[in-house]
Design a protein. Structure first.
Ligand SMILES: O=C(O)CCC(=O)C(=O)O
Length: 308
């Protein structure tokens, strides 16, 4: 499938969602996915019934809100007794938060082709990454059927839906997401449930489903025997839109994985997290020295050049 980036950007703006097929080359996904198995059991191990693999999945989430042991404080999500299209706590097992103990997965989180797509579609270079995590699902963990919904948990105020105000929610597929392994069902802008036939956001690994907050969508069950689905949540907002948010990164900014990742970043990449760009009044010679000291190996020359 060939990808017309501009056409996809226009589709996101006018239809409210798009699948940018093959946005990231499959070879790059495959290399990073080798490191996924530090965070998740391999699907064959999980489905073999290996207790260690199952325990790995059951306890591997790093978003503690979704740990069943914390049920009661977990958004009032249903456990298994509810049938049909419902949100269930176990649908959200398998959330691993960025930064990962994996350099390739960390780099994938800000892949230049994904960032470029978001900048084009949002018509701004000055955007921020605000949701960053990996989500793994395996057939049989739970009934993954959800009701149609619009995501209301990315902002503390109602959505402003005119052009220029949109944030981009999205899933970068780390595995082939096809029938049987839970491609998201989605409606186009202006359509609402019930009664409208949904689209299936199927796509190969490396494809990016981008959608806006005002489209209806839902997760569906994994029905394929031995099936699994892995994706990376990558969401962007315009700079200075402080009312939008989801994940915060500062709390991990003194740990090894972040330090190595930050040292590999350009100023533009760090700016996705809110770091002041070269030329910003924040920077002094002393602070640039401290940046180099903090992130050993970072190329600080753009910050230095801008001071001259
Ligand atoms: O997993 C999916 O396909 C969609 C999930 C979703 O929409 C949600 O949890 O809000």
């Amino acid at each position: 499938m060939s990808t017309d980036i501009e056409a996809c950007a226009e589709e996101w703006r006018t239809q409210g969602w798009t699948v940018v097929h093959d946005l990231v080359p499959a070879e790059e996904i495959d290399a990073a996915v080798e490191e996924l198995w530090g965070h998740f059991p391999r699907p064959s191990d999980y489905h073999s019934g290996d207790p260690e693999a199952i325990a790995h999945f059951e306890t591997g989430s790093t978003d503690e809100r979704y740990q069943p042991s914390r049920q009661g404080s977990s958004h009032g999500l249903n456990e298994e007794d509810a049938v049909g299209r419902e949100f269930r706590l176990r649908q959200f097992l398998g959330h691993v938060l960025f930064p990962y103990d994996s350099h390739l997965l960390n780099r994938l989180q800000i892949h230049p082709r994904v960032v470029d797509f978001a900048q084009r579609a949002m018509n701004s270079e000055d955007i921020r990454l605000y949701q960053a995590r990996i989500w793994g699902k395996y057939t049989g963990v739970t009934d993954y059927e959800q009701p149609f919904h619009q995501d209301r948990n990315h902002t503390i105020v109602p959505d402003r839906v005119e052009p220029g105000w949109w944030n981009m929610l999205g899933f970068l597929y780390l595995s082939d997401v096809e029938d049987g392994v839970g491609p998201t069902e989605i409606l186009s802008l202006g359509d609402s449930p019930p009664g409208t036939e949904p689209h299936s956001a199927a796509g190969r690994r490396g494809s990016y489903l981008a959608y806006r907050t005002d489209v209806w969508h839902r997760g569906v069950n994994l029905t394929r025997e031995g099936g699994s689905r892995f994706l990376m949540n990558i969401a962007f907002k315009h700079a200075h839109h402080e009312w939008i948010g989801f994940d915060s990164f500062q709390q991990n900014a003194n740990r090894g994985p972040w330090s190595k990742f930050a040292a590999s970043c350009t100023p533009e990449e760090l700016a996705l997290f809110g770091a002041p760009k070269p030329g910003h009044p924040f920077w002094t010679v002393e602070l640039i020295d401290a940046l180099e000291d903090r992130y050993r190996g970072i190329d600080a020359s753009p910050w230095r050049e801008a001071l001259k």
